[in-house]
Design a binder for this molecule. Structure first.
Ligand SMILES: Nc1ncnc2c1ncn2[C@@H]1O[C@H](COP(=O)(O)OP(=O)(O)O)[C@@H](O)[C@H]1O
Ligand SMILES: [Mg+2]
Length: 125
């Protein structure tokens, strides 16, 4: 069974999707592509929510920092206050879920960002 706060989970998804939209360039030659997935294991114990894009990705050195309040990667032109990902992490914590950030396409340029939120069932047998 997965229980969650609808309002907060909507906010979590919105922040990840907003970021993907804001930070993924899109040109006719190289269209921006954003994928949102929900994956459940066949036994219903684990549920993954993924938001993936084909933008610049986030350098290793920034991957923890971007979850700190007000931190924004230098050089980004989009408006923002640096609170989206801290909110995502806080909402995940409240649901005992983990947030993982990695390259969507390792070794490729640009690598893209892949955010995975992992929820575990409370009643896993
Ligand atoms: N999908 C993404 N691709 C590239 N960079 C990202 C992405 N999501 C977040 N970032 C980087 O992480 C920083 C922090 O994100 P966030 O906490 O949502 O704050 P904000 O969007 O207000 O700057 C952003 O400023 C941006 O530099
Ligand atoms: Mg944001």
């Amino acid at each position: 069974m997965f229980d969650g706060n609808q309002t907060l989970l909507k906010e979590l998804v919105r922040n990840l999707v907003d970021n993907a939209l804001n930070y993924t360039p899109s040109t006719p030659e190289r269209p921006g592509l954003i994928t949102v997935r929900v994956l459940a294991d066949p036994f219903g114990h684990v549920l993954l929510l993924q938001v993936e894009d084909n933008g610049p990705g986030i350098a290793e050195a920034d991957r923890e920092l971007v979850f700190e309040p007000f931190y924004r990667v230098l050089g980004n032109e989009a408006d923002g206050s640096g609170l989206g990902l801290p909110i995502v992490r806080e909402i995940a914590n409240q649901h005992r879920a983990q947030v993982k950030l990695e390259d969507a396409h390792p070794g490729k340029h640009p690598p893209g960002a892949l955010f995975t939120v992992r929820f575990e069932s409370e009643t896993a047998a």
